[in-house]
Write a protein that binds this ligand. Structure first.
Ligand SMILES: Nc1ncnc2c1ncn2[C@@H]1O[C@H](COP(=O)(O)OP(=O)(O)O)[C@@H](O)[C@H]1O
Length: 346
């Protein structure tokens, strides 16, 4: 597969390419282990792995048009060490060395370090990269689903190339992370989490029938799901190809179920009801995962930088063609050929 992907990438002209990278979780601290003590976490080295990904992207014949950072850009330990701002600055300085737009998804570690107000006003809010042309226009007789008020939730879509659309969505809109203890969304999220998880430690999945109901996960609100439905309807009617992106996986065959979004089934039902959807990209589960669901949607959970040994790497470039996307993985990331569904052509 690896050689075939490389040959394809070199021999054909893609419409465009884009980079993906997940769970950098940088912190200027000694290496440690994950909670279950099965994997090492290389907190300092994650910055070097980001640097080497950026170097590789810059060297590519067809430089990526943009990169998607799939969330958890710095580790929650920064909060305890009071280094959140400095660590974020360091990572963003590395990102600034490649002159292509970076789209940022928010993960649980963003909320361990910062509250939503901070994030909304920070460089991690990349809604300024959203598709502005579409907001004012109507195409093919279908009204644009338009712009989301950033006070409402974090989500946007953009079209880097005619007939292709990317949708970024915050999988923690229903969550107790990063929210003021007095706000309604916090109270409702806590109520739901307590109902589903009777453990004293809400991060513990012990004994749960639905293992995703832990504090380090979250879910999609109905407002987000309605918006997603509208964007996908627009894309269907305009015969677009869609890549949907969130920090939390939404298919149980593409991840350890403890890493799924709380209401992953709701999101999955919506994605599966629109023929425009090609793939859903996520991070969070550092071991990575993949499945092709029964509707032909490719679910990619990208291997995390933080648990990648210093002599390896973990990022990918995706080459977009008229009938498929070719994900060229590096290091621990497996390469994949993601064909479009037969009933959907560009
Ligand atoms: N099985 C578990 N039981 C109890 N707490 C856990 C469990 N797994 C993770 N945690 C806690 O949840 C939080 C998030 O876990 P972490 O592994 O840092 O998340 P991530 O995989 O996003 O890096 C940490 O405080 C961690 O100690």
């Amino acid at each position: 597969m690896e050689q075939k992907v490389e040959e394809e990438a070199e021999s054909l002209d893609p419409y465009f390419t884009f980079g993906i990278i997940a769970d950098i979780q940088y912190a200027d601290i000694e290496d440690g282990q994950n909670y279950t003590k099965t994997k090492m976490r290389y907190y300092r080295n994650s910055l070097q792995l980001l640097q080497s990904a950026i170097k590789e992207w810059k060297k590519e014949v067809c430089c990526p048009s943009f990169v998607i950072q799939l969330g958890d850009i710095i580790d929650g330990f920064n909060s305890q060490h009071k280094t959140s701002t400095i660590s974020l600055k360091k990572v963003l300085a590395e990102i600034g060395k490649i002159k292509v737009p970076f789209h940022h998804v928010w993960g649980n570690h963003e909320f361990y370090n910062f509250n939503r107000l901070f994030l909304t006003n920070s460089e991690l809010n990349t809604t300024y990269l959203e598709d502005k042309t579409m907001q004012a226009s109507t195409r093919g007789g279908v009204s644009s689903p338009g712009h989301v008020d950033p006070q409402q939730f974090y989500a946007y879509h953009f079209s880097p190339f005619s007939k292709f659309r990317f949708i970024l969505i915050d999988a923690y809109d229903v969550s107790i992370l990063g929210r003021d203890l007095h706000c309604t969304k916090y109270k409702e999220s806590l109520q739901l989490l307590r109902k589903k998880n009777p453990n004293e430690n809400l991060n513990s999945p012990t004994g749960l029938a639905e293992r995703q109901f832990v504090q380090f996960n979250g879910g999609f609100s109905w407002e987000q799901l309605n918006w997603l439905q509208r964007v996908l309807t627009f894309s269907d009617e305009n015969k677009e190809k869609v890549v949907a992106v969130g920090h939390l996986p939404v298919h149980p065959d593409a991840t350890d179920p403890v890493c799924l979004a709380w209401n992953y089934k709701d999101a999955l039902t919506i994605l599966q009801s629109h023929k425009c959807v090609v793939c859903y990209l996520a991070g969070h589960d550092h071991d990575g995962g993949y499945c092709l669901d029964s509707y032909g949607i490719h679910h990619v959970t990208l291997e995390g930088i933080i648990e990648t040994p210093p002599d390896m790497n973990a990022f990918a470039t995706v080459y977009v063609y008229d009938d498929r996307m070719v994900l060229h993985g590096r290091g621990s990331v497996s390469s994949r050929i993601m064909h479009y569904r037969k009933d959907s052509t560009v």
